[in-house]
Design a binder for this molecule. Structure first.
Ligand SMILES: [Zn+2]
Length: 332
């Protein structure tokens, strides 16, 4: 290749990087103007961060967000983030307090209009993953600390990843979506401290005092104890459960099933997501129904050659063989 061509390529790459950086700065400026907040922006390899809090408070979250992507990439072999995120890096927003978070929700709602009542929904929660139209996740300090925000972002990026893989603009099975998010959080950080499941989104999501900061080996041991004592809920009974009913024992099983699927090969885990989305009923219905269970069982069959019950049996055998039972039981 001649020198001129190389120069042209170099200029084009620089221009592209400049446009991206400008894009990020402009978006931060736009949010600052709309919310009246002081906003700083920062870009990592796969994410754009908006700091409505001291920049230093966000640094653990930068590491956690990239660690979540890296675990996904290692598991799946997917290295092109564009396959999930398109051409724009997802926005990750951390605000100093609830008021900033609420103002940001209003900005997002006014600009992107995801659905009627969006801002109200977001304001009832303390963190949020939004898969479309602008992929974003955000939370705030007080009561979160920089350390708990780190877990929240690893976890919420887990939500975004499962939402965005073969995006289908519909609901996901709560057990799987939450299990996947917990699993990515634990893979990235070695512990779980984000519990959107216990009571679901909304005011009950703040019940963080009940269970917090569980080291993954301890939770694995608790899952193994459940299996040994035959006290775990059967997969076919876990599948219909709403988010608000999923508590620590069910969630332990849910992320462990994801762990088992990943152990069979990351491409199988991704294929399971792709298949259940393909078989998902076309109507957008929040509640569980028979068609949703059928979509998941069909996907299990196609990818793993098993129905709910035989898959459950294989998972139980794997847990007993793989998870150590020597750690102290999980705190509840
Ligand atoms: Zn969650």
């Amino acid at each position: 290749m001649n020198g001129v061509l190389w120069k042209l390529i170099a200029v084009w790459c620089c221009a592209l990087l400049c446009v991206r950086a400008q894009d990020t700065a402009e978006e931060a400026k736009e949010v600052a103007t709309a919310t009246g907040l002081q906003i700083e922006s920062q870009e990592s390899e796969h994410f754009v961060f908006l700091w409505g809090a001291p920049r230093a408070a966000g640094q653990p979250s930068v590491i956690a967000a990239e660690a979540a992507w890296s675990e996904f990439s290692k598991m799946s072999g997917v290295t092109d983030a564009g396959l999930l995120f398109g051409t724009r890096k997802p926005l990750v927003g951390l605000f100093a307090a609830k008021t900033g978070y609420d103002k940001y929700a209003d900005w997002y709602d006014a600009k992107y209009k995801p659905y009627p009542g969006f801002a109200e929904n977001v304001k009832r929660a303390v963190f949020w993953p939004q898969p479309t139209p602008r992929i974003a996740t955000f939370t705030h300090l007080k009561p979160n600390t920089p350390e708990s925000a780190r877990n929240i972002f690893a976890h919420e990026i887990g939500h975004l990843l499962v939402m965005r893989w073969k995006y289908h603009n519909n609901f996901l099975p709560p057990w799987f979506e939450e299990g996947f998010a917990c699993w990515i959080e634990a893979k990235a950080l070695g512990r779980n401290n984000c519990y959107c499941f216990s009571g679901g989104y909304g005011d009950r999501a703040t019940r963080l005092d009940k269970i917090n900061d569980i080291e993954w080996p301890k939770w694995k041991a608790a899952v193994a104890q459940q299996v040994k004592g035959k006290s775990d809920k059967a997969l076919r009974n876990l599948v219909p459960m709403p988010l608000s009913d999923l508590a620590a024992p069910e969630m332990g099983k849910a992320w462990s099933v994801v762990d088992f699927m990943a152990s069979q090969g990351g491409e199988k885990l991704l294929l399971f997501i792709e298949k259940f989305k393909a078989h998902w009923p076309k109507d957008i219905v929040f509640e569980h129904n028979a068609a949703k269970a059928e979509a998941q069982e069909k996907a299990l069959n196609e990818v793993f050659g098993k129905d709910f019950d035989s898959f459950d049996a294989a998972w139980r055998a794997w847990v007993l063989k793989t998870y150590s039972m020597t750690s102290a039981p999980v705190r509840k």
